[in-house]
Design a protein around this ligand. Structure first.
Ligand code: GLU
Length: 508
C-alpha cells in the first residue's frame, strides 16, 4: 500500500501572514489534495519571546477565509497531536539527550558574556560574524571541552545550559529538492546550532525534525528562506531517525517586491497589501493592510498566488481551487523568485468579480453597502445591480462607487452639462415620457428604451440628445451603466419620481 501523503504548514505565531506564507499554505494544500493526502497545520511556538497573542487565531481565520482548511491542527484535532509545539515540550528532550549519548551534540554552559567575549576575540575583517562552531568550540565552556567530572558537577548544580549540535567539520551534505534538484552544502561553514534551550524548550531546528517524524510528514515544503537551515535538519534526520525516513523536500522561491524580497514595509511604501488579512500589531500600534480589507476575493488571491511561482505550462491564468488541485505539480514550481505586481493582482480580482455570479457576490457587496450606512431592502434589486455593474468593479468597494445612485436619489444635478441644449421641447418630452412610463405593460430596459425612442420620434427630437438629461435625472451626473438599465433596476415608481423631481430642479 502506498504511504499516505502528509504535508504541513508550520508557522510561528509571531504576527500577520504575509502572502508568501499564504502561498506556502496553498502549495502544500494543493499537493495534499491532489494526492488525496492530509494537510496539517502545526503551530511552532517554541520561541516564547516572539509569541504574539492573537496570531494563532489570525492564522485560522486567514486559512478559513482562503478556503484552505487544515485536516489536522490544534483547532481541528487529529491523531498526531498536540499540534502546538509548546504543548509537546517534554517530548524533545530525550532526542537531544540521545544525540549527546551518541556524541552528536553536547551541553554548553556558556553565559551571554562568554559568548560576547568569544565574538570579540574571533572577529576579524574577514570573519565579521563569528559563530559558535568547530573552530571555537574547544575554547568554550561545554561538555566537549571540560573534563567529565566538571560537567557532572555543573549539571548537578543546575547550572543553566543549552544543548548544541556538534556539526561535523568536513562533510558534504546533499539535499534532494523537488524543485531545485541536488543542493550541496558543506558542514565546515555551519555553526553548532542550539537544539535545546536553557528553558527546556527545543529550538525550531530540533522541534521541526522531531515533529515531522512523529507526525509522519512525507513532504516538507517551505519557503526558500529555510534553505540555509536544511543541512542541520538533514543531519538531525540522519542521526535520529535515518535519512530513509526523511520527508521529501521542496523550497519555494521568494516573492519579490519592487526592491528585493517582498517585505511588510513594501506594503506601506508602495500602497498595496502584503498580508492576506489586516494585522494589527498592538505592541507597535501599527496595522498592516490585508487583501481582504482592500476588497479582494479569496478566489482571486488564491488564484494569483498560485501563479506567483508556478504555471501549468499553458497560457491559462484563471483557475478555480478545484482546477488548481487538478493541474498542480511541485516539479513545475519555478526556481527563481516571482515578482509581485499589484496591477496584475487587481486584474485577477477583476476577472474573478466578473466570473462570480450575483448570488456569489451578494453577501460581500451587502457588507460594502451597509458600511456606507445604507440598508439593502430589496434582495432581488441587489442581484440586478450586481449583475449590471460587476464588470466595472476591480475591488469590492468599487461596488459602492458604481452603484450608490441606486440606493440614494440624487441631491445634486449636473445641470451644467445639459444647460446649453435644455429647453421647453425637452421638458415637454419628459412630462409625456412620465405618462408613457406609467402605461408600460412590462417593466424592463427594452420596453423603456422603445417607449423613449418612439416618443422622441413623435416629438421630433434625436434620442441621443435626450439620453444625457435622462441619465442626469436618474443619477445626478454623467456616470453609471446604460441609462435604460438604470431605469429598469430603479423600478417604475422610482424612475417616475426621479424624473418628476429633476424636472422641478432643472427649471430653477
Ligand atoms: N516555523 C517555521 C516558520 O515559521 C517553519 C519552517 C518550516 O516549514 O520548516 O516558517
Amino acid at each position: 500500500m502506498q504511504q499516505e501523503v502528509r504535508v504541513r504548514f508550520a508557522p510561528s505565531p509571531t504576527g500577520g501572514l504575509h502572502i508568501g506564507g499564504v502561498r506556502t499554505v496553498l502549495y502544500n494544500y494543493l499537493f495534499a489534495k491532489k494526492h488525496n493526502g492530509k494537510f496539517i497545520l502545526r503551530i511552532e511556538d517554541t520561541d516564547q519571546s516572539r509569541y504574539v497573542a492573537g496570531a494563532e487565531e489570525y492564522i485560522y481565520e486567514t486559512l478559513s477565509w482562503c478556503g484552505l482548511v487544515p485536516d489536522e491542527s490544534p483547532k481541528h484535532g487529529g491523531n498526531y497531536g498536540p499540534y502546538r509545539q509548546s504543548e509537546r515540550k517534554e517530548l524533545y528532550r530525550k532526542y537531544a539527550e540521545q544525540l549527546i549519548s551518541a556524541g552528536q551534540a553536547y551541553y554548553a554552559f556558556d553565559t551571554p558574556e562568554d559568548l560576547e567575549k568569544m565574538k570579540l576575540r574571533v572577529k576579524t575583517d574577514e570573519n565579521t560574524n563569528p559563530q559558535y562552531d568547530h573552530s571555537v568550540r574547544m575554547e568554550m565552556k561545554n561538555s566537549l571541552s571540560l573534563p567529565a567530572s566538571e560537567v557532572d558537577q555543573l549539571l548537578s548544580a543546575s547550572t543553566p545550559y543549552v544543548i548544541r549540535i556538534k556539526m561535523p567539520e568536513n562533510e558534504n551534505i546533499t539535499l534532494h529538492d523537488m524543485i531545485r534538484g541536488e543542493v550541496h552544502f558543506h558542514s565546515h561553514i555551519a555553526d553548532d546550532k542550539v537544539l535545546l534551550k536553557a528553558d527546556g524548550m527545543p529550538t525550531y531546528h530540533l522541534a521541526v525534525v522531531v515533529d515531522d517524524y512523529l507526525m509522519k510528514i512525507t513532504h516538507a515544503f517551505r519557503g526558500e528562506e529555510w534553505l540555509p537551515s536544511a543541512p542541520v535538519h538533514i543531519l538531525l534526520w540522519r542521526y535520529l531517525f535515518g535519512e530513509d525516513a526523511m520527508p521529501e523536500w521542496a523550497h519555494f522561491p521568494l516573492i519579490l517586491g519592487p526592491s528585493g524580497k517582498l517585505s511588510k514595509r513594501d506594503g506601506a511604501k508602495y500602497g498595496f497589501p502584503v498580508f492576506a488579512m489586516s494585522w494589527n500589531d498592538k505592541s507597535k500600534g501599527e496595522t498592516t493592510e490585508g487583501f481582504r480589507e482592500r476588497g479582494f476575493l479569496p478566489e482571486a488571491l488564491i488564484n494569483l498566488l498560485a501563479l506567483l511561482g508556478w504555471n501549468d505550462g499553458t497560457e491559462k491564468e484563471i483557475f478555480t481551487l478545484e482546477e488548481l488541485i487538478d493541474s498542480f505539480s511541485i516539479e513545475k514550481v519555478h526556481k527563481g523568485g516571482a515578482k509581485f505586481d499589484f496591477d496584475k493582482a487587481k486584474w485577477f480580482n477583476h476577472e474573478w468579480i466578473k466570473k462570480l455570479s450575483a448570488d456569489d457576490l451578494a453577501k460581500k457587496v451587502k457588507t460594502v453597502i451597509s458600511g456606507k450606512g445604507v440598508a439593502v431592502k430589496d434582495e432581488k434589486q441587489l442581484y440586478k445591480i450586481i449583475s449590471l455593474v460587476k464588470d466595472r468593479c476591480t475591488v469590492l468597494p468599487d461596488f459602492w462607487e458604481q452603484s450608490f445612485f441606486f440606493f440614494r436619489e440624487p441631491d445634486q444635478y449636473d445641470t451644467e452639462s445639459i444647460k446649453a441644449k435644455w429647453g421647453e421641447d425637452k421638458k415637454r418630452f419628459f412630462e409625456n415620457f412620465i405618462k408613457e412610463l406609467g402605461a408600460i405593460p412590462e417593466w424592463g430596459s427594452a420596453f423603456i428604451e422603445s417607449a423613449f425612442k418612439n416618443l422622441a420620434a413623435v416629438c421630433n427630437i434625436k434620442p441621443g440628445e435626450l439620453q444625457l438629461p435622462f441619465r442626469i435625472m436618474l443619477v445626478g451626473g454623467k456616470f453609471g451603466p446604460p441609462v435604460f438599465d438604470i431605469a429598469d433596476v430603479l423600478g417604475k415608481k422610482e424612475t417616475i419620481e426621479r424624473i418628476t423631481k429633476a424636472l422641478l430642479k432643472f427649471d430653477q
